[in-house]
Design a protein around this ligand. Structure first.
Ligand code: AMP
Ligand code: MG
Length: 343
C-alpha cells in the first residue's frame, strides 16, 4: 500500500488535506493523526471491515478493543448509553485526555470492541484530531499508531518508522503535548474503575466523581491466565528490545546505582538533576524529577531510542504513584515487565 504523508501546521475547516483524509476514512481507509496524547491509527468506527484493517496494520490481537474518537462529547449518545456521570465527567474533562467506557449501542460493531458489550469513547482536544473527525463525519476508531508491543508514537517520525506501507495517510502534526495515552475510566457499573492512568489524574477525577477504584493491573502484575478488566492490560507493551529494570530507593543511592551500571556499559534513563553525576554516554534525560509532564513527553521517545545504544541492559527510576507520576509508573512497569529492584 502506498502511504502519503501530509504535514499540517494549522488546521482550517477547508484544509484540503483534512477533507481528503476525512473522505478516505469514510470510504474505509486508514489515516494516522496526531492527538494531544499520542498519535492514533484511525478507521471508521461504524465499519467492521475498517476495524479489521486497523488490527492487521498494527499487528494487534483482535480481542484488544479500540477507543472511538468523537468530535463533541454529546456525540457519544449515538454510539453508547450515556449517564449523568458521563455528562459530569464530560463537562469537566472533554475535550481532553480522558476515555470513558460505557455500554455500547448497535451502531458500533463488535469488531471494534473486541466482542465486548462496552465501548471506549474519547473526545480529543487536539485541533487536527477534532477537524479530522468533523471532516470524516463518522466516529474514528483509533488505537495508538505503533506496531503492537512497541512504545506509542509521540511524533510523526515514530509512525513513519512503524506504519509506512500499512496505512493510506499519515498526518504529521508535530509532537504530542502529553506524550502518554489517555486515562481510561470504566463507568458502566456502580462505581468508576480506573483501568489506565494518563493525562487526567486520579485526584482530578475524584474531585468530580468521588472515590474511584483503581484496577489491580494498573500497578500490580497479573497472575498467569488472569483476565483483566481491560484486555490491553494482558499484553506486553511499550517495551524496548533492551531489557529494562526499574530501581527503587533513596535518591542518592539510586543515582549512585545508575552510575555504577553505566560504568559497566549499561544505559540509563535519568532525571535532569542527576545528569551531572552520570556520564553523558548511554544516558537519556527524561526531565526534571518533579515535572511528570515533562517526563511523559519524553518517555516513549526515550524507550524507542534506548535500543540504539546497543547496551546489554537499561536501568531507570521507578516513578512515584501520585498525580501524573502514576501514568509514568504504569507505562514503565509494563515496559520493564515488572522487573524492579530495591536498593
Ligand atoms: P490504545 O488503543 O493503544 O490506546 O489502547 C486502548 C486501551 O483501551 C486498551 O488497553 C484496551 O484494552 C482498552 N479498552 C478499549 N475499549 C475497552 C472496553 N470496552 N473495555 C475495557 N477496556 C477497553
Ligand atoms: Mg497502545
Amino acid at each position: 500500500m502506498k502511504t502519503t504523508v501530509y504535514t499540517i501546521t494549522s488546521p482550517q475547516a477547508d484544509d484540503a488535506y483534512l477533507l481528503h483524509a476525512g473522505e478516505v476514512l469514510r470510504e474505509g481507509g486508514l489515516v494516522v493523526f496526531p492527538t494531544e496524547t499520542v498519535y492514533g491509527l484511525g478507521g471508521n468506527a461504524t465499519d467492521a471491515e475498517a476495524a479489521k484493517k486497523i488490527y492487521a496494520a498494527k499487528g494487534r490481537p483482535s480481542d484488544n478493543p479500540l477507543i472511538i474518537h468523537i468530535a463533541e462529547p454529546q456525540d457519544a449518545r449515538a454510539y453508547a448509553v450515556t449517564s449523568p456521570l458521563y455528562d459530569r465527567l464530560a463537562a469537566a474533562f472533554m475535550p481532553g485526555p480522558l476515555t470513558l467506557i460505557l455500554p455500547k449501542r448497535e451502531s458500533i460493531p463488535y469488531s471494534v470492541t473486541g466482542g465486548l458489550d462496552s465501548v471506549a469513547v474519547r473526545c480529543p482536544a487536539h485541533p487536527i484530531a477534532h477537524a479530522l473527525i468533523a471532516a470524516a463525519g463518522v466516529p474514528i476508531a483509533a488505537p495508538s499508531a505503533n506496531l503492537s508491543g512497541k512504545p506509542s508514537p509521540t511524533c510523526a517520525a515514530h509512525v513513519i518508522d512503524d506504519l509506512t506501507g500499512r496505512v493510506d495517510i499519515i498526518i504529521d502534526g508535530g509532537s504530542c503535548d502529553i506524550g502518554v495515552e489517555s486515562t481510561i475510566l470504566k463507568i458502566d457499573g456502580d462505581r468508576p474503575i480506573l483501568l489506565r492512568p494518563g493525562g487526567i489524574t486520579v485526584e482530578q477525577l475524584e474531585a468530580v466523581c468521588g472515590p474511584i477504584e483503581i484496577a489491580d493491573a494498573v500497578i500490580g502484575q497479573l497472575a498467569p491466565g488472569e483476565r483483566p478488566l481491560s484486555p490491553g492490560m494482558m499484553y506486553r507493551h511499550y517495551a524496548p528490545t533492551t531489557p529494562l529494570t526499574l530501581v527503587r530507593g533513596e535518591r542518592e543511592a539510586v543515582t549512585a546505582y545508575l552510575a555504577a551500571r553505566q560504568a559497566e556499559g549499561c544505559a540509563v534513563l535519568c532525571y535532569t538533576e542527576e545528569a551531572e553525576y552520570l556520564s553523558p554516554q548511554h544516558c537519556i534525560v527524561l526531565g526534571h524529577r518533579d515535572d511528570p509532564h515533562e517526563q511523559a513527553q519524553h518517555l516513549f521517545d526515550a524507550l524507542r531510542n534506548a535500543d540504539a545504544f546497543g547496551a546489554p541492559h537499561l536501568y531507570a527510576h521507578l516513578p512515584k504513584e501520585t498525580g501524573m507520576h502514576l501514568a509514568l509508573c504504569n507505562r514503565m512497569l509494563r515496559a520493564a515487565a515488572h522487573s524492579v529492584i530495591d536498593i
